[in-house]
Design a protein around this ligand. Structure first.
Ligand code: AOF
Ligand code: ZN
Length: 375
């Protein structure tokens, strides 16, 4: 945890410690929503003397936790020295601007000022209108040197769903699907991807809710993140395919079914004590509204099973401008099995879209391409 070798160029140091903040923040993936992921590192004389991250909404913010660690270190290393004073003249690195408000927790700016840090390096300004640069201003007013915007892109990506929700009041929606090398949609998610560390397992952990077709076979209808201690996303099952009843077997994740009238009656959802919303016709608005009311910031629209079940929803996300991101996973199979639907099924969905800020991940299991609809 102690960094070896001093780097002369200060900006190199700043990037290093903000990257460490992001690494720490990621430990709480899946637990902080509707709050952001935030990490904080306290550095003194070129050494990390405190580290922390925001573990969960309602619990202390990232800046507050390092001081506890700092206190322990100080008690051991400088037994006679007052722990409160030892943060004095240190530099605090935070991936998100320190808050300056009394929310579920007191302001982090005051904790930093009280600890007498001399400098604060901030990854990105907080888009939350309650904070929005007021945290930086408060620190500067107190005579603390503040640098803003170090590894900004990385910090923004870390909280892309939270930032979107904060700025628009709407959940961040991502469409994902798997393809075979001959261009067919696949139900399965690739060998081993439901193992911890697999792409899909990690993706599931990042989202508050996942939308799935109600026609999926039992084998594929209960995706769960395999990351240790993962918080499973809410499963939103869309049932609009007559004769196909959702197979809801797992207890692993909370589930809600959106069903059209006919299917709800046929499947007798009420008697099965499944939480269900019955609609004349399935459409996007009530689903997004449900997510918004529940404080769910991010939704993964997972196109598996009968693609036509979700086609209309996908169309609406594009038409209504609520789709933010597309994730495509190409798996190393040629697949012409019965019912395998070709990509052309979606022809006519939208004339032209250009994905931006592309990112790819290649492993021996699959090729993943991610892109955004907006910059
Ligand atoms: C920070 N450090 O670790 C976090 C911050 O309800 P509260 O009190 O938890 O406040 C939530 C808001 O505080 C959240 O929307 C965001 O603006 C900021 N989160 N700020 O300085 C942290 N999690
Ligand atoms: Zn705070």
């Amino acid at each position: 945890r102690v960094r070896c070798g001093m780097v002369e160029d200060e900006s190199v140091d700043d990037g290093f410690y903000i990257r460490r903040c992001v690494e720490l923040a990621r430990r709480a993936i899946g637990f902080t929503s509707p709050n952001p992921l935030v990490g904080c590192v306290i550095v003194k004389d070129g050494k990390i003397v405190g580290e922390g991250f925001h573990p969960k909404a309602g619990q202390p913010h990232a800046e507050v936790t390092p001081f506890l660690l700092h206190l322990k270190l100080c008690l051991q290393v400088f037994a006679l020295r007052d722990a409160g004073n030892s943060a004095e003249n240190a530099t605090a690195y935070v991936s998100l601007e320190p808050c300056n408000h009394y929310g579920r927790t007191p302001p982090c700016t005051e904790a930093l000022i009280k600890a007498k840090v001399k400098k604060v390096v901030v990854g990105m300004v907080d888009p939350n209108p309650i904070v929005a640069s007021k945290g930086v201003a408060r620190l500067q007013d107190a005579g603390i040197v503040v640098t803003v915007g170090v590894e900004e892109e990385l910090c923004k990506r870390l909280n892309e769903t939270w930032i979107h929700q904060m700025l628009t009041g709407k959940p961040f929606v991502t469409l994902r699907y798997s393809l075979s090398v001959n261009g067919h949609f696949l139900d399965q998610l690739g060998e081993g991807v439901t193992e911890a560390g697999g792409y899909y397992s990690k993706l599931l952990q990042e989202y508050d809710a996942i939308i799935l077709s109600g026609s999926l076979s039992e084998k594929f209808s209960s995706p769960t993140s395999q990351e240790p201690g993962a918080n499973q996303p809410l499963r939103i099952v869309v049932a609009n395919n007559p004769g196909q009843f959702p197979s809801l077997t797992t207890e692993a994740s909370k589930t809600i079914v959106f069903a059209d009238k006919e299917i709800a009656a046929e499947a007798d959802l009420a008697r099965k004590e499944i939480e269900a919303v019955v609609l004349d016709r399935i459409d996007l608005t009530p689903i997004l509204e449900h997510c918004r009311c529940q404080g769910l910031c991010s939704i993964l629209l997972d196109m598996r099973g009968s693609i036509r079940d979700l086609e209309e929803l996908v169309r609406e996300t594009i038409e209504q401008n609520v789709l933010q991101k597309i994730v495509v996973e190409v798996l190393p199979y040629w697949d012409e099995s019965d019912g395998a639907e070709s990509l052309v099924v979606l022809n006519g969905l939208v004339k032209r879209l250009e994905l931006k800020n592309l990112r790819s991940e290649i492993s021996n299991r699959s090729l993943v391409v991610e892109g955004y609809l907006q910059n």
